[in-house]
Design a protein around this ligand. Structure first.
Ligand SMILES: CC(C)(COP(=O)(O)OP(=O)(O)OC[C@H]1O[C@@H](n2cnc3c(N)ncnc32)[C@H](O)[C@@H]1OP(=O)(O)O)[C@@H](O)C(=O)NCCC(=O)NCCS
Length: 170
């Protein structure tokens, strides 16, 4: 059974900032759309977390997804190496943190809060009145807590079998 939890922040007042300047993440937006880079990030960051669904996407589907005007990609670097990334997607429901993760070797060292802060700040700066996301029990054990510590509130929980979950993920 896979449990997916949906969370939201509906005002800046709800957001609990957790940035730590000393973590030294250099977070840059990928201003030139490179769908193959999104695919690389998804595979690299998600390989330990069963992020397999999008690996079956065709190049055309990756192009349509990552080149869309309402999709933005941000990569966190430390010492020039990839420390993590996130994607934001804007639609009529607000801005979704479509995906967020740290690279192997950067997990459990206090980077989750600053990366999430950057995503929330960018989402509000993009005009969001609501920032939302979902996480499932296949994700890292810190993921749900990471979102709750930043002020996200749960608005929906779904339980699915592993088969249903892999069919709908991504
Ligand atoms: C979810 C994820 C971003 C959370 O990041 P994390 O590194 O595991 O957790 P955090 O950075 O929040 O660290 C947790 C706590 O460890 C402590 N900590 C551990 N080492 C630390 C250090 N070197 N410096 C400071 N705090 C540290 C802190 O108390 C921190 O909590 P705080 O920021 O509220 O003080 C990360 O686990 C991840 O990317 N996982 C894989 C992909 C995934 O599951 N993504 C979620 C998909 S929805």
């Amino acid at each position: 059974m896979v449990r997916t939890t949906y969370l939201e922040i509906t005002s800046k007042a709800q957001w609990i900032r957790r940035s730590r300047p000393e973590t030294g993440l250099d977070i840059r937006e990928c201003l030139v759309k490179q769908p193959q880079f999104n695919r690389f990030l998804y595979e690299y960051i998600g390989r330990d977390w069963k992020w397999t669904f999008r690996l079956s996407w065709s190049p055309e589907r990756w192009n349509a997804y990552a080149s869309a005007e309402n999709l933005r990609t941000f990569v966190a670097y430390q010492g020039g190496s990839i420390a993590g990334y996130y994607e934001l997607r804007r639609d009529e429901d607000g801005v979704e943190i479509r995906i967020l993760g740290l690279a192997p070797g950067f997990i459990g060292r206090g980077h989750g809060g600053p990366l999430l802060d950057h995503a929330i700040e960018t989402a509000f700066g993009w005009g969001a009145s609501r920032v939302w996301l979902h996480t499932c029990t296949d994700d890292h054990q810190n993921a749900l807590n990471n979102y709750c510590k930043s002020g996200f509130a749960i608005f929906k929980v779904e339980n699915e079998t592993a088969d249903e979950s892999s069919a709908s993920a991504g």
